[in-house]
Design a protein around this ligand. Structure first.
Ligand code: MEV
Length: 315
């Protein structure tokens, strides 16, 4: 038996533009776990996974349809890396956050399964090697991943990322992120494909939007370093506007973003691939974060989480 663990992430700034080489900033959510257990099941010529049981965050079994190809690939690349090509596994995953909502579920599940297989095979790999293997699995699920999700779903610190290069930031701000799930599953592959088509159709316009998203991501790194809550909130609002112009948001997410702002958020935006999924709102104190969370749940969000950005609560 082997075990592996990763966690959820949210993108603070730079989703979609990061695919085109612009900078992005993402926060890991280590309290929302993705866990994987694997048991060797003998050699198999047709499939690397003999059985797959994917428990979702409400404790029920999820269909895992979309993820199956990515997990097949995760098992394949990990067994090849470990020197056991063709070895099949029984796989169980258990996630405390939803799939298809921009929280990094596919990279997290691939990363957890790869770690579990390396553990079962008693093989050591560097973080860099595990990230490379996770991105190979992500290509199957997402087509053209930037690599940001793979890095953030196993980081303890906020990640700044550009063209495959990452830096880690230990943020210590007396502020909170409220993450809310619209309950609408969005396909990152479809959203990334839509942006690509828009770019082919109207390259100067799409690139001007991305230039600004990239500038916002860079500036937000400084905001995080300085603890500039209001500036960061304003930049989040602008990023949401730009992402809506790229047509990757969703009417319910737009509505919830307004609800969060009216409930006192310094800023709010969609997060991740979009076309549904989650939004994030930024709050200066715990009471405001609670108010935002309550307002979002009253107005149609199906779940909300509060994440502190103070270093102490994330130790
Ligand atoms: C998905 O979480 C974020 C996107 O930017 C895609 C990627 O970075 O691969 C939409």
């Amino acid at each position: 038996m082997g075990y592996g663990e990763t966690w959820a992430k949210v993108i603070l700034m730079g989703e979609h533009s990061v695919v085109y080489g612009y900078p992005a900033v993402a926060a890991p959510l280590p309290s929302l776990k993705m866990r994987a257990w694997v048991t060797p099941a003998g050699l198999c010529a047709t499939s690397c996974i003999r059985t797959l049981k994917a428990l979702n965050y409400e404790g029920s079994l999820s269909a895992a349809g979309d993820r199956f190809g990515g997990l097949e690939c995760a098992v394949k690349v990990a067994t090849e890396f470990a020197g056991y090509p063709g070895l099949a596994f029984d796989v169980v995953t258990d996630s405390s956050f939803p799939a298809g909502r921009g929280m990094g579920s596919s990279a997290a599940s691939a990363g957890a399964v790869i770690r579990a297989i390396l553990d079962a095979c008693d093989v050591r790999a560097s973080e860099q090697e595990i990230l490379r293997l996770t991105n190979e699995a992500e290509v199957i699920t997402h087509g053209n991943p930037s690599g940001l999700d793979a890095v953030t779903t196993c980081s303890r610190d906020i990640v700044t990322f550009q063209s495959g290069q990452m830096q880690y930031m230990r943020v210590d701000m007396p502020a909170y992120l409220v993450i809310a799930d619209s309950g609408i599953a969005g396909s990152t592959r479809e959203a990334v494909g839509n942006v690509r088509k828009a770019d082919e159709k109207n390259h100067p316009y799409v690139r001007s939007v991305m230039d600004e998203l990239g500038e916002l991501a860079l500036a937000s790194e400084t905001d995080l370093e300085l603890g500039a809550v209001n500036m960061l909130g304003e930049r989040m609002n602008r990023a949401h506007e730009l992402l809506s112009q790229l047509d990757v948001s969703h009417p319910l997410v737009d509505h919830l973003v307004d609800v969060a702002r009216n409930a006192g958020a310094n800023g709010a935006k969609m997060t991740g691939g979009g076309l549904g999924g989650c939004l994030i709102a930024f709050a200066e104190d715990a009471d405001t974060a609670q108010n935002i969370s309550r307002a979002l749940l009253c107005e149609g969000a199906c779940k909300a989480w509060i994440h502190s950005l103070s270093a102490k609560s994330n130790e």
